[in-house]
Design a protein around this ligand. Structure first.
Ligand code: GTP
Length: 370
């Protein structure tokens, strides 16, 4: 069976992390998100994948090529203009001749795809949508089904008073090629607002597959951090680079860790990192390749991308710092702050309250003070 991964969105809610790379390429424990998705597909014996790309497509194509290295065949369906989730699938129609699976390229899940395919076939469905329960469905598109699992309706962001189910669209669909006849070619179309309500209206067999598998949408920074937390705490399963050198500590090659540095797992440290005297790293935390943690600096539940340089006596807590960024001595980056790529933050600053710093920014010493 072939799979399409929708990987063309701009990822505006995850900005500034998605200014230079598309959301499906953001690193999750030192490996692009899409690679984790492909790992999962292989586990379910799906090795023919179509990537529907639009925003920063070169970044994806350059990294994966034809994907021979992963033992998979990868085809790209490129959109000049964003065509939406449905338009993107229609745009890939030429590659589809049998039942296929569609994935949102921002959902991390260990959904039992094999069982979902069995469910789709058992019900002789033309379309099946994965459903996941959430605590507060009012922020999502909820999906009502009847007692047989047949989809009755979609309600976008229902109010608390009207909500009748906590099951939401989990962003994985199995479709038969003939449903593509209902999507107009070459125009913007959303599956959730166009094709799916249309299937219900026409009485075409459309089923909801309920799953309690791990599920998270990495579309906002809080959930990007939460996924790291869950993987490192063992709540979500993922493979990532690095050798286990002690309980809950994984290290790649050529690292230089000062004997007085304290590391309390779960912590993953990428290739060629330096951790200087008296530094302390408390997990869950991830350091990308070639990071430097200065003398006496504290990292606590944070994610550093590649080549991040932290000065002396700095603190980075519950925050993300992008590639090639520099943080000066005694600066604090805390409480959900998001620092993008190529930024230079001077010494003795305090960045907090989910502040977002755009790529290439410079902040002088003492500019945002205590
Ligand atoms: P936001 O801008 O933050 O809403 O993120 P997004 O652009 O990724 O949109 P959303 O989260 O709603 O998209 C869900 C999935 O569909 C993501 O994997 C997107 O990459 C993908 N997607 C959204 N719009 C398009 C599109 O026009 N074309 C393609 N190929 N994929 C899309």
């Amino acid at each position: 069976m072939k799979a399409i991964i929708l990987a063309g969105g701009e990822g505006l809610r995850l900005r500034p992390l998605t200014c230079n790379i598309p959301k499906p390429m953001v690193p999750i424990v030192n490996k692009p998100f899409l690679e984790h998705m492909l790992d999962n597909l292989k586990r379910h014996h799906i090795d023919e994948v179509i990537l529907a790309i639009c925003y920063l497509p070169d970044c994806i194509q350059r990294h994966f090529g034809d994907c021979g290295d992963l033992g998979m065949s990868l085809t790209y369906a490129f959109e000049e203009m964003p065509l939406g989730t449905g338009g993107a699938v229609k745009n890939a129609e030429q590659f589809l001749d049998d039942t296929f699976v569609v994935f949102n390229g921002d959902i991390f899940t260990d959904l039992d795809l094999t069982d979902m395919i069995r469910f789709h076939r058992y019900h002789k469905a033309k379309a099946t949508i994965a459903l996941t329960p959430v605590e507060d469905p009012t922020a999502y598109g909820v999906v009502e089904t009847d007692s047989q699992g047949r989809v009755r309706c979609f309600i976008e962001k229902p109010s608390r008073e009207t909500v009748t189910t906590n099951l939401i669209n989990a962003g994985t669909y199995i479709l038969e090629p003939e449903v593509l006849d209902l999507i107009p070619p070459g125009v913007h179309h959303m599956l959730e607002r166009g094709l799916f309500p249309d299937l219900v209206e026409r009485g075409i067999p459309f089923f909801g597959y309920r799953s309690n598998a791990y599920w998270i949408d990495i579309g906002v920074p809080e959930d990007y951090l939460k996924l790291h937390h869950d993987i490192l705490m063992g709540k979500a399963i993922a493979r990532f680079p690095g050798k286990s050198i002690a309980d809950d500590i994984w290290l790649e090659d050529n690292c230089n860790i000062h004997p007085s540095a304290k590391i309390v797992g779960p912590v993953v440290i990428g290739q060629g990192c330096t951790v200087e005297q008296g530094a302390r790293i408390s997990g869950p935390a991830v350091l990308g390749a070639k990071c430097t943690v200065g003398q006496g600096t504290i990292i606590d539940e944070a994610i550093l991308w590649q080549n991040v340089k932290l000065g002396k006596d700095a603190t980075v807590r519950n925050s993300v710092i992008g590639n090639n960024s520099v943080v000066g001595d005694s600066t604090w980056v805390i409480d959900g702050s998001i620092i993008s790529d190529d930024t230079a933050i001077g010494s003795s600053n305090r960045l907090e309250h989910g502040i977002r710093i755009w790529p290439g920014s410079t902040i002088e010493d003492n500019a945002i003070s205590f």
